[in-house]
Design a protein around this ligand. Structure first.
Ligand SMILES: Cc1cc2nc3c(=O)[nH]c(=O)nc-3n(C[C@H](O)[C@H](O)[C@H](O)COP(=O)(O)OP(=O)(O)OC[C@H]3O[C@@H](n4cnc5c(N)ncnc54)[C@H](O)[C@@H]3O)c2cc1C
Length: 229
């Protein structure tokens, strides 16, 4: 498919939100949590990279949340795209998809690993249930809390949703959580082992959260994850 870039919005330093329209497609069906592959020809080489869909299905529009990886092959190229430019896209694919949030649900992300949760949250909160859904988001500084207003709005509208940004290099004025997301996992579970944990981001964090979840008594099937590297 051909995806034509319609708009972009900078979310933080080197993190950008992209909105594409798929040409010749009326409705792009996918399950929130899935990803697409973008393809390009760079320096005579065919390159393919995966990107999580960052919004629930909406006609032929898709949204992505991209990090410009310094020294990376493809992501710096995507940051040169302007509205009207097109890229080749295939998908959707992937098994990182939500289960109905009818028990304690903890979503753990660092950086652009937050993208699939932006797509999943509306359906997760649609279930008539009172169990908590907690989004633990780890980043360095307050300026890089991605989609902060949106999560805070969800919190106001749904008493069972909690957004817990956790900063590893917070300034003095920050009164919220400090350190790494791992430190808040036990508290987010609230002593419950009747829980599902979804983890998305770079391998090192994902592996640590999985190990911690197991140490806390969760079965490996209760920890669903997507690794970006
Ligand atoms: C299933 C899946 C979904 C993904 N979804 C997203 C997404 O929604 N948004 C997104 O920005 N990336 C996402 N990625 C990562 C993406 O596919 C690329 O790996 C990333 O854009 C780097 O590509 P590159 O060619 O610029 O770098 P490469 O030349 O391939 O260099 C790879 C280096 O980039 C690092 N890296 C990979 N992803 C990131 C990242 N997000 N932030 C910081 N460092 C990274 C790796 O550790 C590695 O060292 C996803 C990966 C997978 C497997």
């Amino acid at each position: 498919m051909k995806a034509v870039l319609r708009e972009t919005r900078d979310l933080a330093a080197d993190v950008r939100h992209f909105v594409f329209e798929l040409e010749g497609v009326e409705r792009f069906e996918f399950t929130p949590g899935q990803f697409v592959s973008l393809h390009g020809q760079l320096g005579g080489k065919q390159i393919t990279r995966a990107y999580s869909l960052a919004a629930a299905p909406a006609g032929n529009r898709i949204e992505l949340c991209l990090n410009r990886v310094e020294g990376g092959l493809f992501s710096p190229h995507l940051f040169t795209l302007a509205p009207g430019d097109a890229v080749e896209l295939t998908g959707p694919v992937g098994y990182f998809v939500p289960r109905p949030a009818v028990r304690t649900t903890v979503l753990v992300a660092t950086g652009t690993g937050i993208a699939p949760f932006r797509a999943m949250l509306p359906s997760l909160l649609a279930a008539a249930d009172s169990h908590t859904v907690t989004l633990l988001f780890g980043t360095r500084r307050e300026e890089s809390i991605l989609y902060r207003d949106e999560w805070e709005n969800w919190e106001r509208r749904h008493g069972r949703f909690r957004f817990w940004p956790t900063l590893s290099r917070a300034g003095e004025t920050w009164t919220g959580r400090r350190g790494y997301v791992q430190a808040s996992l036990a508290e987010a579970l609230g002593g419950s082992l009747d829980a599902d944990v979804f983890v998305c981001g770079l391998k090192a964090m994902v592996d640590e959260v999985r190990a911690l979840g197991k140490a806390l008594g969760l079965d490996r099937k209760q920890i669903v994850y997507e690794k970006y590297d």
